[in-house]
Design a protein around this ligand. Sequence first.
Ligand SMILES: Cc1cc2nc3c(=O)[nH]c(=O)nc-3n(C[C@H](O)[C@H](O)[C@H](O)COP(=O)(O)OP(=O)(O)OC[C@H]3O[C@@H](n4cnc5c(N)ncnc54)[C@H](O)[C@@H]3O)c2cc1C
Length: 474
Amino acid sequence: MSAHMPIAAHPMDGVLARLAEIVGDRATRAPGVLADHGRSEAYHAATPPDVVVFPETTAEVQAVVRLCCELKVPVVAFGAGTSLEGNAAALHGGVCLDMGRMNAVLKVNAEDMDVTVQPGITRKQLNAQLRDTGLFFPIDPGADASIGGMTSTRASGTMAVRYGTMKDNVLALEVVLADGRVIRTAQRARKSAAGYDLTRLFVGAEGTLGVITQVTLKLHPQPEAISSAVCAFPDLKAAVDTAIAVIQSGVPVARVELLDAVMMRGMNLHAKLGLPEVPHLFFEFHGSKAYVAEQAETTEALATEFGGEGFQWATTPEERSRLWHARDNTLYAGLALRPGAKAMITDVCVPISRLAECLVETAADIAQTGLTAPVVGHVGDGNFHLLVLIDPASAEELARAKAFCDRLARRAIALEGTCTGEHGVGVGKMDFLPLELGDAVDVMRLVKGALDPDGILNPGKIFRPRDRQQGDAP
Ligand SMILES: Cc1cc2nc3c(=O)[nH]c(=O)nc-3n(C[C@H](O)[C@H](O)[C@H](O)COP(=O)(O)OP(=O)(O)OC[C@H]3O[C@@H](n4cnc5c(N)ncnc54)[C@H](O)[C@@H]3O)c2cc1C
């Protein structure tokens, strides 16, 4: 392009100028910033927004949303960008609200064991600030996600078997609605029967109903003692049966994670764990020293009954952190199996009594497809993930992987489970919602229409304006 050629005005330049009146130079169309807010860890194609805004207060969020409402411009809230189903993708462009600067701890109520935070704080930042209180926030989705993002995807992860998911740990929210109104969904009381449960409506709404500007969370006492263990099993079923027996025997296990033989190969490659390449369970126990020892002994006895071998204890913080650091890096361990590949990550959850059946059928399906797809699962909840390793440039491989994930979601639903235990619907799971929830999806559409009539909040997510009907183009 000639140095003298005028640069064509972009339709969003006018919007940028109006946004600058609200947040000054914290609104930008710099290409690098747009690109950073358009990519994700998943295989989905990049979808950058037109403008990124970095608000610092609820009032700024309110003013930006009001402007977007007036101009009918999409608004997509963005936390840490670690979601895996294209949840924060700016499918229709528009304004990305990066909540990262709203990351303050606003109030710790140690006696009530709760905390109110701004949504951009990450779970690691929060726990670092809570260290001296004797309390902690346990929900751990592996990635250092933001509390606003975790709330909006109803995240859970490794500790949910003991401490519940975000749905169980969010007490109240402050939310900016699509028309710019600010509401608080509840007070701080541990329970309330005051009308519709709006808190839970926004938990898992993926930013389609409002922008969360404050979150009040339950906290838990830091455990006096923690111990971890790993155990190898002859097959997937033996590992799952052990996990079920541990839960049914009342051991309040803090984490129980399944890694299949393929994932163990990846872990050995990536983290040099040197463990046998057969299915494993990773355990963690929280409590007093005596109680942790008792939980561990019961678990070891149960594992042995189901053919578990080589039970290894990790009691020092260093050993524990080596084990769990490796577990937390399963995405990268999986990718080590096929350098250069991208992971199509899928997540389903079934009642725990149907888990072995679901896993065994899925293993047979993977074998038939010829794909490499390591398994990692929060099996205490009946939840597992597969990392389907694909060459994103190969249309044939992409189609094969998608067909496999499609069968898996349908299998989970047929087993009375769900197409997503914790990653949310985003764009990736949209087609399965009607199959799982039927007419309930129409009720979701009604709620969306009532709260966001112009459809400006994170458009194109969770459900289509209507489901595909017979005769529609694919
Ligand atoms: C390696 C790896 C492992 C993972 N393991 C797990 C796991 O075990 N369990 C699990 O649950 N997840 C897991 N995830 C997925 C991810 O960490 C979660 O989905 C997380 O909750 C996303 O948080 P985020 O801050 O990154 O949100 P983003 O990706 O930024 O956004 C997620 C969604 O929340 C919305 N949102 C963000 N902030 C707000 C706000 N303030 N108001 C309204 N809407 C908002 C966005 O619009 C989007 O729809 C994993 C991800 C990675 C990369």
